[in-house]
Design a protein around this ligand. Structure first.
Ligand code: NAD
Length: 547
């Protein structure tokens, strides 16, 4: 785990209780004597490889996914290096536990399964003390902060402080996916209350039992948090995560050019989706500028993807107006068209001159899209009729059912392949098992933001970029799309296998850092070899020697 040294003065028990220093049974005999812990451990000495086998045996004996999640979180609390090693070596298997869908279930039950706090909790009534509270975190060299206010957790809505499982999960993926040392990662929960009546009435709920603070008072809380981070952790990238769309767009606009920040739900999702679309274009010899995109859901994810598609089209020579015309949206009130009143700001660039259309199927029939993208949080909305219509209009319809967790997906992989006679290019937000149709097996790709944010974050913190730009996300999408091979595509994947994520993250980080240097945003000197420079900052999950 990089250059970890144990500070002088810690007792043996304190060392064993600190997940950063603890090696459990892997402390050598010499270390045990030197650290004064030989009496506190049984005599056997294990290697990290043996510990990993033991962990995996225990893990596989857990009978539910939630039990697996609890087991992994308790390993994280005990031994960061071993936790990381297990996650890195079994990422594909553990991703659905550490992240969607199981993390969603864990957040819903977070107050009930709560064991130990992970991260910093900034409650609204502590406003005025946020810098002081951030200083209580033991890590002094924090480089990535994932922060949420818990208002829009996956597609599950307002989970208040129980949403803390999401920043923790994301930071596990930063560590495993991009080798960012755990002690440089900080999860933060800003508790401004919850409008979840069930939680307010739940005796176990661990957050503030009050209605969400809104308006100027809310903005002042966020402002104090952002400024406190500049003061306490000036090198930290702030990732805004799972904020409701009442606040998310405004916060992104307020801060994107002031501090080092991005919003994963808007920009990370856009990036991974554009990468999947670009891979689909390359592998089927089609062009992005010839596609018509129809979205179900015009929130953070949807309009974020739309805007990045527009940026990609503008980059290849289309006017911004024409590029916006390529993207159409259906929200809960039907097709987003110019004649609609009181449209939210983020929808206005996509409100085109068209007669009102009441529902998604009618919009598919009217607009004849080549691509449909589901980001509505509404299960089953890509039904048999929608999918069959897409298959009738297109030789190879592109179907992205991105809503999370699995129970919220607009369609399953099986439905998508079955109702398009195996002709569609499919991607989902949550993982689906392979599907066999007429003897052909399709392995659906997961448009998982984990392909993007660890690499973008690594590039940003390695170059110490002042801001995270749209260009960086375009570069990240192109880089990810290039990693998809013919062999991946043959099995139906629009993304490379997740077990190559460290290499993917490294490539993305290099592309992002190069842009930071080119655009004059980097705050470190440009190294001769950017790749070697970044690689040297990625930790390998090995124990340090304390002898
Ligand atoms: P959001 O709340 O900002 O937006 C949801 C949108 O869906 C809104 O525009 C709303 O009007 C629309 N909607 C709701 N009910 C509808 C209906 N019946 N018909 C049509 N539209 C309807 O949420 P978001 O951040 O955009 O996320 C939406 C979904 O996308 C969530 O389930 C989330 O988990 C998922 N998501 C997936 C990924 C990924 O897989 N990479 C990333 C981010 C978000």
């Amino acid at each position: 785990m990089g250059n970890i040294t144990i500070p002088k003065g810690l007792t043996g028990q304190e060392i064993l209780n600190d997940n950063l220093y603890n090696k459990g049974m892997a402390f050598t005999n010499a270390e045990r004597i030197a650290l004064g812990i030989d009496g506190l451990l049984p005599p056997m000495v294990s290697t990290i490889e043996e510990q990993e086998v033991r962990v995996m045996d225990n893990y596989h004996q857990k009978s539910t996914n939630l039990a697996k999640y609890i087991f992994l979180m308790s390993l994280l609390d005990q031994n960061l290096t071993l936790f990381n090693r297990v996650l890195v070596n079994h990422l594909e298997e553990m991703m659905p536990i550490i992240y969607t869908p199981t993390v969603g279930e864990a957040c819903q039950q977070y107050s009930f399964i709560f064991r130990r706090p992970q991260g910093v909790f900034l409650a609204a009534h502590e406003k005025g003390r946020f810098a002081e509270l951030l200083r209580q975190w033991p890590g002094k060299d924090v480089r990535v902060i994932v922060v949420t206010d818990g208002e829009r957790i996956l597609g599950l809505g307002d989970l208040g402080t129980s949403g803390m499982g999401i920043p923790v999960g994301k930071l596990c993926l930063y560590a495993a996916g991009a080798g960012i040392p755990f002690h440089q990662c900080l999860p933060v929960m800003i508790d401004v209350g919850t409008n979840n009546a069930e939680f307010i009435n739940d005796p176990y709920y661990i957050g503030l039992k009050q209605e969400r603070i809104r308006g100027k008072a809310y903005d002042a809380i966020i402002e104090e948090f952002v400024m406190a981070v500049q003061e306490v952790f000036p090198k930290a990238l702030i990732q805004f995560e799972d904020f409701g769309n009442l606040n998310a767009f405004r916060l992104l606009e307020n801060y994107r050019n002031r501090v080092c920040t991005f919003n994963d739900d808007i920009q990370g999702t856009a990036c991974v989706s554009l990468a999947g679309l670009s891979a689909a274009m390359r592998l089927t010899n089609r062009k992005l500028q010839d596609q018509t995109f129809l979205f179900l859901g015009a929130g953070e994810a949807g309009t974020g993807i739309g805007e990045l598609i527009v940026s990609a089209l503008v980059k290849i020579g289309m006017s911004a107006d024409n590029a916006h015309q390529r993207c159409w949206f259906v929200d809960s009130k039907g097709l987003v068209v110019q004649s609609r009143e009181n449209l939210a700001d983020h929808k206005i660039p996509f409100a085109h001159d068209h007669a009102p259309v009441p529902d998604f199927l009618s919009a598919v029939q009217a607009l004849k899209p080549t691509v449909i993208i589901g980001v509505s949080g509404q299960a089953g909305k890509f039904d048999k009729q929608v999918l069959q219509t897409m298959a009738a209009i297109n030789e190879q319809p592109i179907i992205f059912a991105l809503s999370n967790p699995t129970i919220k997906a607009e369609c399953t992989a099986n439905e998508a392949y079955t109702w398009t006679e195996g002709r569609c290019l499919f991607s989902s937000g949550s993982p689906f098992d392979p599907v066999t149709i007429d003897g052909k097996t399709f392995t659906p790709g997961q448009g998982n933001n984990a392909y993007i944010f660890p690499g973008v974050g690594l590039g940003v913190i390695a170059s110490q970029a002042k801001h995270v730009t749209e260009g960086m996300f375009l570069a990240a999408a192109e880089t990810l799309a290039e990693q998809v091979s013919e062999a991946d595509f043959e099995t139906g994947r629009l993304y490379p296998p997740l077990n190559t994520i460290r290499q993917i993250s490294l490539h993305i980080a290099v592309a992002v850092a190069e842009l930071a240097f080119e655009e004059g945003l980097a705050r470190v000197e440009r190294p001769d070899d950017i790749k070697a420079f970044i690689q040297s900052q990625m930790f390998e999950p090995q124990y340090p020697s304390y002898a």
